[in-house]
Structures are given as structure tokens and as C-alpha cells.
Ligand binder design. Structure first.
Ligand code: GZL
Length: 306
């Protein structure tokens, strides 16, 4: 565009094939690998060109990754922003360069950038509902009596902020349920294990562990066993994502439930690109639907897990 500004959000001209940028924030767990595989598979199915970058869990690198896509003049950017604030400059720079941005998987801070204005839309799960569903299951499983340790996802990431809100608000209504401690485990298995081991020292009376993702739950299970506890018996573990290792932990009785957070963004992302190019008015938030897994349905759902 000749710098004369552009529509807000920038338009996308309909073409047979697109040059699509996908800015991934990390590849440090099965969820992220499944998301990347889904996007790459859909791009190649459609014969679109994919400019893929991996920010290795760094907000600064992800900003420069998006800047490189802008320089390569991609038609549209799929962005999974590591945190709600770090990628704001990149979103606004893409807009100034008249390149539409579609947020997938994680959202940005709506006081700093708006859907259908600075970026096209956010495609992602309802993280508040995910936290609430875990809490509701926990209330049933414990009869409303629990001493809880919460392992939080990456500080500042929308899934971490909202999964905390959904769970904590629901638990607040139960006088017999107390959150002993809540700490960042960065959505990472080993960090989750270490944080759990430390918190267990301070709170040996814990009866429930709520992890914002399965990776940290698996780490927590390892820490509990190392301390002589019996996950699934004296401590109930619950998390979110629906990865294979968590479904297997449910099948073997070490985990109670995991609420799915589908990583399969390929089909919906490219369908949204087509709709946007075709002039369809898109919602500010395209909600991804999620299942919940327990011992009743974990085994049958293993094949479509990740
Ligand atoms: C959720 C996604 C989260 C997953 C984690 O959409 O952003 O990031 O729940 C992943 O496993 O690290």
C-alpha cells in the first residue's frame, strides 16, 4: 500500500493462494507441537505458502519474528501471542503495514488493541469456562472440601489469567475449599514439577492440585510420588489441554480430569482467512469448543489426542 493508510482492520484481497505468516510462541510442549503441525498441514493442503517462525518462549523474539513477516510482505498473519501485552507493538506495526492479523490460541490485552479494528479476530477456547469446568468437577469429587495448590501458566498469558479467574471464582463459592498457594509454572513440565515439590514442602496437607495445563500436572504427579504421596488417592490432580500423557494418567488413576483445549487450529484458521477475504463479517471472538475427559471417556479419546 502506498502508505496512504489502510482500512481498520486491513482488508485481505481474495486470491487463489495466500502467503500466510504463522508466528508460533514456542515448541516446548506437545500442545504447541500439535498446534504447529495442524497449521502446517492445512497450509500445505491448500497449497498456501507458510512463513513459519518459532519465538522459543521469548516475547521479544516473537515481536521481531512478526516484524520479519511484515518485511516479507505476507498477505495475512496468524499470531499466537505469548502474553497479552508483549505483542501489542507487533500487532500495531502489522496494521500500519496494512497486513491483517488473526490471533489464534491466545489473546491480547483489549485495552491496548481491539478486535475488528487493530486485528481481525481472536480464534480460541473459552479459558474462563475451562477453569470453571475443572472447579465444578473438583467440587463434585471432593464434596466441597479441599486444600488446593494451583500451578499457573505463563504469567501474562491469556490462558493463564483466565483459567485462574474461572477456577478461583468458582471455588470462592465453597467455604470448605481453600487455595493454599498459587504459583507460575510457565506451562512447563519440569518447572511444574519443581514448583510443586517446593509448595508441597510448605503445604504437606494439600489434597487437590489444579494445574493450568497437562504438562505441569504430569510434573506435579512426579513430585507428589517423589514425596511419597499417592496421586489419585490422597491427592486429586486436575488440569487442562487433553494431551495423551494426561489421558493416560487418568486411565491409570493418577489424574482425575482434564478439560480439553484443542490445539488443532489449522482448519478453522484457514477457513477464517477465506471468510475474511470473501468479505464475511467476523465475530470479535471465534470460540473453539472443548470436551472434558474423565475415567469414563479418556480411553476412547486417546486416538484423537496429541
Ligand atoms: C492454550 C495454549 C496453552 C496450552 C499450553 O490455547 O496457549 O499454551 O494450554 C500451551 O499447554 O503452552
Amino acid at each position: 500500500n502506498s502508505g496512504g493508510g489502510c482500512a481498520s482492520p486491513p482488508k485481505l484481497a481474495k486470491k487463489d493462494h495466500y502467503k500466510v505468516g504463522f508466528s508460533q510462541n514456542a515448541s516446548n510442549n506437545p500442545w504447541r507441537l500439535a498446534e504447529t503441525a495442524s497449521i502446517k498441514e492445512e497450509a500445505s493442503k491448500r497449497g498456501d505458502t507458510l512463513v513459519y517462525t518459532d519465538a522459543a518462549n521469548s516475547g521479544d523474539k516473537q515481536v521481531s519474528d512478526v516484524q520479519s513477516m511484515i518485511a516479507q510482505k505476507v498477505d495475512v498473519i496468524l499470531l499466537a501471542p505469548i502474553t497479552e501485552k508483549a505483542l501489542i507493538p507487533a500487532v500495531l506495526q502489522a496494521k500500519a503495514a496494512c497486513i491483517p492479523v488473526i490471533l489464534i490460541d491466545r489473546d491480547v490485552d483489549h485495552t491496548l488493541a481491539s478486535p475488528n479494528k487493530d486485528y481481525v479476530t481472536f480464534i480460541g477456547s473459552d479459558f474462563v469456562q475451562q477453569g470453571k469446568r475443572v472447579a465444578d468437577w473438583m467440587i463434585q469429587a471432593t464434596g466441597g472440601k479441599a486444600k488446593i495448590i494451583e500451578l499457573e501458566g505463563t504469567t501474562g498469558a491469556s490462558p493463564a489469567i483466565l483459567r485462574k479467574k474461572g477456577f478461583d471464582d468458582e471455588v470462592k463459592s465453597q467455604s470448605g475449599m481453600q487455595i493454599l498457594a498459587s504459583q507460575d509454572g510457565d506451562f512447563n513440565r519440569d518447572t511444574g514439577r519443581k514448583v510443586m515439590a517446593t509448595l508441597l514442602q510448605a503445604h504437606p496437607d494439600v489434597t487437590v492440585v489444579y494445574a493450568h495445563n497437562d504438562e505441569m500436572a504430569i510434573g506435579a504427579i512426579a513430585a507428589l510420588k517423589a514425596a511419597g504421596k499417592h496421586p489419585g488417592k490422597d491427592v486429586i490432580v486436575a488440569s487442562i489441554d487433553g494431551e495423551k500423557d494426561a489421558l493416560n494418567a487418568i486411565i491409570n488413576g493418577e489424574e482425575g480430569t482434564t478439560v480439553q483445549s484443542s490445539p488443532f487450529f489449522g482448519p478453522v484458521s484457514f477457513q477464517t482467512i477465506d471468510q475474511y477475504a470473501g468479505g464475511t463479517k467476523l465475530a470479535d471472538w471465534i470460540v473453539v469448543k472443548d470436551m472434558q475427559f474423565t475415567k469414563d471417556n479418556a480411553k476412547e479419546n486417546l486416538p484423537n489426542s496429541f
